[in-house]
Each structure stands twice: as C-alpha cells, then as structure tokens.
Design a protein around this ligand. Structure first.
Ligand SMILES: *Cc1c(COP(=O)(O)O)cnc(C)c1O
Length: 386
C-alpha cells in the first residue's frame, strides 16, 4: 500500500516512538521510570467521576451529541473564562467543544490554510501545529524559541515574504516543552503583528491554571484586541487529570470558531454528552482546587530541580506547565543522552530534538510521577553518567 504524499511527509508521532521504547525495555524486565510523556498520574477528582457515573445512565445522553457541544457545557466554559480570566465569551458563537485540544490545530488548518500557505510554528514545539499544517497542504515556518529570548519567538526575525504567505501563528504559553511563560507585553506585540500581517493567532493554553511561586498564567484573550485576531485552545486534560476523557475547548474570534465548527461537523460527531456533563462539574471545581494541584507539581518541580543541579546539570526553573527543560551534559546530543539514560538507568526523558531542531542540546522531564520516583530517576541518571 502506498501512503499518500501527505502522510509520507508526517514523521511518526514522537510519543508513539517513546512508548515503543518503553514497552521494549519493560519486556526486558527493566523497572522503567517514564518522565517522557506529560500525562498526569493523579486520578480525576471524585466529584467528576461521580457525575460521569450518573450521566452515563441517562438515556438522553445515548444519542448523538450536538456537534458544537452541549449548550450547558459551552455556557460553563464561558462562565469559567469569566471567573478565572475575566474574559467574556458568547457561548453560542465564541465557544466550540473539542474532543481534546490536540485536534484543534488540524481543524484550524483545514479551515484556514490553502495548499502552499504558511503557518508560523514554534521550534521546539508541541508537534500537532506542524502536522496539522502539513495535513492541510501548508508549509511550516519555524520560529526558534531561544534561551536568550526567554523561549519567546522573535517576531521581527520573520522574513517579509514569509509573513505575506502566512495564515496562522501558533503560540503556546505556558510552554510545552520549555516551561517558559509569556507576559502581556509579548501578547500585545503578537496582536499587533497578527493585525499587521493578517494572521490568525492560535494560542494553545492547556496549562493556564497551573502557576508556581504565586505566578498566574494569562489567557491570551485577556489582552485587548485578542478577540479580533485569534482563538485560544484550552483543555480539561492537565489540571483536572482528565487526559483520557478527551475534552477541551476552542474559544475566541467568531469567524475562526465558525470555520472550525464546520470542519469538525464534517469529520466527527462531537464528544459524548455524558463526558461534557462531567466536564461541567470539573469547570465548577472551587478555586482552591487549582492551588492543591499546583502544590503537588511545585513540590515535584523543586525535587527535580534540586536533584538535577546536584548532579551538575543546568535545568530551567519553570513557572508553570508540567515540565523541566534542561541542557544535556557536555559531549551529548539530546538523542544520545536520552538513549544513554534509557539503556543504563531505565529512565525515559524527552529528547529535545524530538520537538524540533532548536530543541537540540536539551531534554524534557515530565513531572507526572511521584516525588520518590523523581528522586530515584535522578539517582539513576547520576549513576549512568559516571
Ligand atoms: C497536553 C497538551 C495538549 C493536549 O490536550 P488534549 O486536550 O489532551 O488533547 C495540547 N497542547 C499542549 C501544548 C499540550 O501540552
């Protein structure tokens, strides 16, 4: 069978590769500590699970859901954005329910990118922005996220001819994989840049409720003018420990939301209404809930930073997200280091180059395992470097 040219262009999904390596090591009897994938280990909070148990027995939920998501879920999203970020949204025109935020990049590209058009994507990056572009027949212009710029893209460095051919600029702060955050000034510049160059801003923000040391991440939509130029993707996956449930939202500019909704209604039939009802319970968790989740990850962050420094490595200290981004030791590439720690220490880390060329020289650690396992992982990494 010959794959389409489109599919031939797509590399295997990074985490599918990592999963394969983990399974192979486990089969050899290795006690693998996986710090490779950002998948919260804590269970979904009980009130959400309870709500799901009720919802699943309701026969009214057993039919096709509404394509754009239930009115109640979209209203809950609007209320949540108002309460948590002081952003006003019309649930009928500015909110679209997603089967997880991952799918949104593809839908956006299918709705707004013509063959030959460009998108502007961060490098290193969460990969669906790129692959979504390619599936739509578009080309990717990488914006390197450099340490010296605080892992923010340098918009001035984007050539004029690329700007003219570009339709979408993807940004993701708090950032996966670097853990960097963006302030209002950055977003103001981004909004001006988008307006000047006729671009849609896609702000992917699934870590918006996690902030360490008192830091509070912004929604892009909090910044004046954002609604004119863009959308934000958010997700219930990370801060409610609901990655398996597949529930997220796109919010913001009406025209963009309408285009994405048309694409989606022709591809999928929406998320199970019962999952959306449980999602409403999640969105109504008390504000103190986010502090509790944040405390767990902040403690893990501190454990990992201390352990990495103790073995002479140089990690970046994140203010949000679930990752530590760290330089590989001298003499290693990101791939050779990831290989070494898997083979000699049974520890899985994300090789920086897997997130893009500009990720070379770094590795990513996910804070989605308990403190003891993080300490054990650091100890084993230390041994493997001797
Ligand atoms: C985890 C993650 C997502 C995925 O969200 P889902 O709702 O689980 O699909 C999207 N974007 C980034 C940057 C992520 O890290």
């Amino acid at each position: 069978m010959e794959n389409s040219k489109r599919l031939q262009k797509i590399p295997p999904y990074l985490f599918a590769e990592i999963s394969r390596k983990i399974n192979a090591a486990k089969e050899r009897g290795v006690d693998v500590i996986s710090l490779g994938i950002g998948d919260p280990d804590l269970p979904t909070p009980e009130p959400i699970v309870k709500r799901m148990q009720e919802a699943v027995t309701d026969a009214a939920n057993h039919q096709y859901p509404a394509y754009e998501g239930s009115k109640e879920f979209r209203q809950a999203v609007a209320d949540w954005y108002q309460r948590r970020h002081n952003v006003s949204l019309n649930p009928d025109t500015q909110v679209l329910t997603l089967i997880g935020a991952k799918e949104a990049s593809l839908h956006l590209c299918l709705g707004f990118v013509n063959p030959g058009d460009y998108t502007l994507c961060p490098d290193p990056t969460y990969t669906p922005y790129r692959t979504g572009t390619w599936f739509a027949g578009g080309e990717v212009h990488n914006m390197p996220l450099l340490e010296k710029n605080g892992f923010l893209p340098d918009l001035n460095a984007i050539p004029q001819d690329v700007r003219e051919k570009s339709k979408i600029i993807f940004v993701n702060y708090p950032n996966n994989p670097t853990g960097a955050v963006a302030n209002e000034e950055f977003y103001k510049g981004l909004i001006d840049f988008a307006r000047d160059n006729n671009l849609i801003v896609a702000s992917d923000n699934p870590y918006s409720e996690i902030g360490y040391d008192g830091y509070k991440p912004l929604s892009f939509l909090e910044v004046p003018g954002a609604m004119d130029v863009g959308v934000e993707f958010n997700s219930l996956s990370k801060y409610y420990n609901m990655t398996g449930w597949r529930l997220g939202m796109a919010v913001g500019n009406e025209d963009v939301i309408a285009g994405m909704a048309t694409v989606k209604s022709n591809i999928d039939s929406g998320q199970f209404t019962a999952v959306q009802q449980a999602g409403i319970t999640a969105l109504n968790m008390p504000d103190s809930y986010y502090d509790d989740v944040t405390r767990v990850y902040q403690q893990r962050r501190d454990v990992m930073i201390e352990a990495l420094r103790a073995i002479g490595l140089v990690p970046h200290v994140p203010k949000s997200a679930l990752y530590v981004w760290c330089r590989v030791p001298e003499g290693h590439t990101s791939a050779s280091f990831a290989e070494l720690v898997l083979e000699k220490a049974g520890v899985v880390v994300g090789p920086g180059a897997g997130y893009g060329d500009a990720g070379e020289g770094f590795f990513r650690i996910s804070l989605t395992v308990p403190d003891e396992r993080l300490r054990e992982a650091a100890k084993r990494i230390e041994e493997s470097l001797k």
